[in-house]
Design a protein around this ligand. Structure first.
Ligand code: C2O
Ligand code: CU
Length: 547
C-alpha cells in the first residue's frame, strides 16, 4: 500500500463557472478541487491550509468509513473543531475499499460555495471488476447559486424566513451556463463568451466503452442525467457493484455516486448533448449541458439537435422504479443480518420553531454543539450537549397522518444523540410526510457517515411495522451510504454499529441539514483510540490544550 500525499490550499477566488462572476472557494485554485486517486488499502494524507482569511473550514471524505480514524471524518461539530484561518490541518486515513467517492466542505453551508471534489479508489493489483471498459472517467454534477453562502444561511435562519430558492444553473464537472441577458444582472459580472463557462467536453473514441463515474453534490436539486442517443448500464453505486441494468436517464441525488458504462456506438460524424435536469421540485433552473464529443470532431462543435428535454420534474414513479432496480451484484453480496436489535423510525417533517421554518426528525430539529461530540463523548464532557436522547419512535406515531400538514407544526430543537450498542444491528426507517404546504412532500437523500447500510426496502405511504418488514429484501440488497426517501414514502435501512466513533446521519440537501434535518449516532466510544489534539481548540476542548 502506498501513501498518497496531497497539499491543498483553500481560498476564495473570483470564478465564473456558469459565466456569472462570484466568489468561489477553491482548492489550489480549482473548483471542483483536485481528484484524489488512490488504490484500495492506501493511506491518504491531505495537508489542508486554510487561506480563507476570515472563515473556518472542514472537509468531509464522503463514503470513506474512517475505520479506526473517526477523528479524520471532517465533520465540524461532530468529529472535529473547525480549522482556523491560517492553520494547516492534516487529514490522514486509509481508503479501505475500491469505489467512487466524494469529498466536500462540512462546515456551515460552504459546500455550495464550490468546495468539493471526487475520490477514486482503484482495486488492488491483480483484481478486476465484474465488467469491462476501455477508459475510466469521473464527473461531478452540481447545482449553482449566485448568492453567497452567508446570504443563504442568514435567510434560512431569519424571521421572516427566506428560502434559498431554485439554483441559477446546473454544473457538469464545474461548468454551466447562466443566461447573462437575464434582467437585473449587474453589468460586468456576466460574460457569455468567458471560456471558463464553455460547456464541459467529454471526448470519446468511436467504438470504445467508458466507465463514467458520476457523483452528485448538489445543494438542493435531485437530478436526471442523460447522454443523447446513448444508453447507460449502471454497474456501481457508492462503492458497491450493482446487478447491471440499463437506463436512458439516471436519477441521482445529492451525495450519491454511480458508475455507468457508455459505449460510443452512435453515428461518429457528430457530437451529442449530455444533459442534467432538476427533478422532484417544480423549478425554473435551466438544464445543465455538456458536449459528448466523438473524436475527431471538433470538441466545441455544437450537436446538430436540440438537447433531450428529460423526464417531467414530477414523474415520481420513474424515480421510485430506479430505486427498486438497484440490487447487489450477485457475485458481491454482503450477507445481511436476518434480524435487527433495534428499530428507529425517523419521521421527517417540516416544522415551525419560533416563527422560523425548520426540518425535524421525530419532532426534534437538530443543531450542532460547539464542542465536537467525538471529544465530548470520549472525554465525558457530557454537559456540552443535551443528554436526553431523541425518541426511537415519535409518540403518537400510530395516529400521525403523513398525508396532511401536521396538526401541531411546532417542534423543538436539540443537539442530543442516539447512542447505539456496539456491534448491534440497527434498522432505520426513514418516513416521509407532508410539508407545511398542502399536497407537498419532498425527496430527501439521507447520508450516513462511517458506514454503509443495506437498503432493505422502500414503500409508499406509511410504514407498517408488523407487515412491511416481511417484505424486506434480505437476499440481495445493495449497500450504499446515501439513499433517497421518496415523497410520501418510506425507506428502510439496516446497518451494523461496528465502527467506534460518532457519526452524522443527515439529509444531504445542504439547506435542509442547516435547517435541522439530521441526527447523530454514537457507538463504541470506549474503543476509540487517543484523540489527536489537532481536532481540538473550540468549545470545551480547550481544556486539553492547556499545559
Ligand atoms: Cu456528504 Cu455529512 O455529508
Ligand atoms: Cu431534505
Amino acid at each position: 500500500a502506498k501513501i498518497r500525499h496531497y497539499r491543498w490550499e483553500v481560498k476564495y477566488e473570483f470564478k465564473s463557472p456558469d459565466c456569472f462572476k462570484k466568489l468561489v472557494i477553491t482548492i489550489n485554485g480549482r473548483s471542483p478541487g483536485p481528484s484524489i486517486l488512490a488504490q484500495q488499502g492506501d493511506t491518504v494524507i491531505v495537508d489542508l491550509k486554510n487561506s480563507l482569511v476570515t472563515e473556518n473550514v472542514a472537509i468531509h471524505w464522503h463514503g470513506i468509513r474512517q475505520i479506526g480514524t473517526p477523528w479524520a471524518d471532517g465533520t465540524e461539530g461532530v468529529s472535529q473543531c473547525p480549522i482556523l484561518p491560517g492553520d494547516t490541518f492534516r487529514y490522514m486515513f486509509v481508503v479501505d475499499r475500491a469505489g467512487t467517492y466524494l469529498y466536500h466542505a462540512h462546515y456551515g453551508m460552504q459546500r455550495e460555495a464550490g468546495l468539493y471534489g471526487s475520490i477514486r479508489v482503484a482495486l488492488p493489483d491483480g483484481e478486476s471488476e465484474p465488467f469491462s471498459y476501455d477508459y475510466d472517467r469521473s464527473i461531478i454534477l452540481n447545482d449553482w447559486y449566485h448568492k453567497s453562502t452567508y446570504e443563504q444561511a442568514a435567510g434560512l435562519s431569519s424571521i421572516p424566513f427566506v428560502w434559498v430558492g431554485d439554483p441559477q444553473s446546473l454544473l457538469i464537472q464545474g461548468k454551466g451556463r447562466f443566461n447573462c441577458s437575464t434582467p437585473l444582472v449587474a453589468t460586468g459580472s456576466c460574460h457569455a463568451t468567458n471560456p471558463e463557462c464553455s460547456p464541459y467536453v467529454f471526448t470519446v473514441v468511436p467504438g470504445k466503452t467508458y466507465r463514467l463515474r458520476i457523483g452528485s453534490l448538489t445543494a438542493l436539486a435531485a437530478l436526471s442525467f442523460q447522454i443523447e442517443g446513448h444508453n447507460m448500464t449502471v454497474v456501481e453505486t457508492d462503492g458497491h457493484y450493482v446487478e447491471p441494468f440499463v437506463v436512458n436517464n439516471l436519477f441521482i441525488y445529492s451525495g450519491e455516486t454511480y458508475s455507468v458504462l457508455v459505449t460510443a456506438n452512435q453515428d461518429p460524424s457528430r457530437n451529442y448533448w449530455a444533459v442534467s435536469k432538476m427533478v422532484s421540485r417544480n423549478n425554473t433552473t435551466p438544464n445543465g449541458l455538456a458536449i459528448f464529443n466523438y473524436y475527431p470532431n471538433h470538441p466545441r462543435k455544437s450537436p446538430p439537435t436540440i438537447p433531450p428535454s428529460g423526464p417531467f420534474w414530477n414523474d415520481i414513479p420513474s424515480r421510485v422504479n430506479q430505486s427498486l432496480k438497484i440490487k447487489s451484484h450477485p457475485g458481491y453480496i454482503h450477507p445481511v443480518p436476518k434480524t435487527s436489535d433495534r428499530v428507529i423510525i425517523l419521521l421527517n417533517t417540516q416544522n415551525r420553531i419560533n416563527g422560523s421554518v425548520k426540518w425535524s426528525i421525530n419532532n426534534v430539529s437538530f443543531t450542532l454543539p460547539h464542542t465536537p461530540y467525538l471529544v465530548s463523548l470520549k472525554e465525558n464532557l457530557l454537559h456540552t450537549f443535551e443528554q436526553t436522547p431523541p425518541p426511537d419512535v415519535i409518540s403518537g406515531y400510530q395516529n400521525y397522518d403523513i398525508n396532511k400538514v401536521a396538526q401541531n407544526v411546532n417542534a423543538t430543537s436539540s443537539n442530543s444523540v442516539y447512542r447505539l450498542k456496539f456491534n448491534t444491528t440497527v434498522d432505520i426507517i426513514l418516513q416521509n410526510a407532508n410539508t407545511l404546504n398542502v399536497n407537498n412532500s419532498e425527496t430527501h437523500p439521507w447520508h450516513l457517515h462511517g458506514h454503509d447500510f443495506w437498503v432493505v426496502g422502500y414503500g409508499n405511504g406509511k410504514f407498517n411495522a408488523s407487515e412491511d418488514p416481511k417484505r424486506y429484501n434480505l437476499v440481495d440488497p445493495i449497500m450504499k451510504n446515501t439513499v433517497p426517501v421518496h415523497p410520501y414514502g418510506w425507506t428502510a435501512l439496516r446497518f451494523i454499529a461496528n465502527n467506534p466513533g460518532v457519526w452524522a446521519f443527515h439529509c444531504h440537501i445542504e439547506s435542509h441539514f442547516y435547517m435541522g434535518m439530521g441526527a447523530v449516532f454514537e457507538e463504541g466510544i470506549d474503543k476509540v483510540g487517543t484523540l489527536p489534539t489537532s481536532i481540538m481548540g473550540c468549545g470545551d476542548t480547550k481544556r486539553f490544550l492547556r499545559p
